[in-house]
Write a protein that binds this ligand. Sequence first.
Ligand SMILES: Nc1ncnc2c1ncn2[C@@H]1O[C@H](COP(=O)(O)OP(=O)(O)OP(=O)(O)O)[C@@H](O)[C@H]1O
Ligand SMILES: [Mg+2]
Length: 587
Amino acid sequence: MTVASPPRIAVLPSDVADQIAAGEVVERPASVVKELIENAIDAGARAIDVAIEDGGRQTIRVSDDGTGMTRDDAVLALERHATSKIRSARDLVGVRSFGFRGEALAAICSVSELELETAPDDGAGTVVRAAGGRVIDVDATSRRRGTTVRAARLFYNAPARLKFLRGARSEWRAILDVVATMALTRRDVRISLSHDGKSILSLPASATPRERLAAIYGGPFAERLLDVDDVSGTTHVAGLVERPSDAGTATRRVFLSVNGRAVRDAGLARAAETAYRSTIPAGVRPTLFLDVVVAADSVDVNVHPAKAEVRFRDRWTVERAIETAVRRALGTFEAGATFGRRVWPTHAPLAEPSPEAASRLDSIPAPPPTADGLFNEATNAPPDPSTSPPVHPSTAPSDVPPLFQLHRTYIAFEHEHGVVLIDQHSAHERVLFEQFMGALARGEHPAQRLLFPMTLHLGPAESEAFEQNRAAFEQLGFEIEGFGGHTLIVRAVPMPHPRFDPERCLRDTLATITGDRGASEHSRHERLAATVACKAAIKAGDALSPAEQRALYAALRDTTLPAHDVHGRATIVQLTWDEIDRRFGRH
Ligand SMILES: Nc1ncnc2c1ncn2[C@@H]1O[C@H](COP(=O)(O)OP(=O)(O)OP(=O)(O)O)[C@@H](O)[C@H]1O
Ligand SMILES: [Mg+2]
């Protein structure tokens, strides 16, 4: 007879099971914000106020003016699988509300200290206080119709999860993203957001996607987008997309909704990108804001714990509808685009600065350039920005060989060993990088005043990135003052060449360095200088005058590392006479 071993399997206590389930719904503070806003919208709120402290690690408070709850419902709402939104599995088909699982409040409650204050129309309010999934007390209170949920000390009782929380800044960025996404999803609802008592977003209920985008990211950004609005079969695709000539910057944003639910869906995004094929270089990806509406029974929304993904009955048809809609929107822009990998497509002449940009520029000083030796690698002296010429001097360096611009991309010249090609963009990037690093090291401000100061509206993340690097921007030559909220007034800019678009450069740079944290000041400066240099440099496709070609040649020669750009790629390529002779069969 064998002795039975003790059972190895046990059913977990319910509070442990709840905590595990909560992990799927509540990953970080931003997930709490998302669930609470969704609940407010499901309750028919017209106005939602979100207040965050310490990146949501201390407190998250979401107030709405929706239907509210009775005392009994308020207590039930914190239970798992308690929902007013569906009654049977059948109701899941074509469900219109964000919520349907009855999980969210229970999940949040199981890992925080929660206070739920709510009142239905009659104003008989209730406060429920709970912690770690257990109700502590229930009181009557008076308040206007609506609900306020306050979740404090998230993960206080789940140390393993607490460890995975990022810094306040990082969690805050994720929250901003969630709120912006919800605000784009439901443009009819007024939404405000504050952080540590400071108002960050105040979005009026607005009618059009463009208006809401403008309220979140700034008018100039929204104005440049193209309208999409197209129906294929039963699929309706509407929204706004980036012009091909604007795409490819680091400011890329993607928002997709399916039947009013924001989703992450690489397949749908790819379908929209396919429409840009041949108008933008491979690897460059456009900004997209698209609402897709399909027949309710052709999509399953219950496939992802945070409802961030959906499943289509016929994905191919939906993707083709998106591609067609975006392609139609691009319409004439596509026709004018240049084909080819290196040449930037555009619908405007490449070589001329815009009249607006030109009028902004006061005067452009042209320090006389210095010159010695041909790409002398031994020139290891640090660059001196006061003698490094811009690319447009009035006096040409004297000891420069005859130069030719090829393919509006390369500068070619001959020397005793062969033919040399300079990549004009990479070369200029290197020159500017060293100038900027010099300026940062010396605390200089090589600024050019703008005739007409430029107003810049930034998204919250960008304005944060600016605040963090304000001093460095000034040393690079930007003279900028805050103007309340997310508006900046730019009074002076560095002026590397007449085609320089300071606004674009500033925006792209802020977008790129958004999220830079920690790191030493030196490496932050290096990254900033490299980014500004890359954005400010002349591009492939820019026609350069002979004087500009000579100035670039001389400036590159004077850098400490003339042969490599800031990404480590070659700036110059040499074809030796030997090689050329061999190709012609002379050897
Ligand atoms: N802000 C609110 N105003 C009015 N009622 C609310 C609010 N928040 C929650 N409720 C009620 O509490 C119930 C439980 O909310 P909870 O978010 O946990 O589940 P759900 O929204 O039904 O489903 P899901 O878990 O998918 O979000 C809801 O069904 C709703 O009846
Ligand atoms: Mg919910």
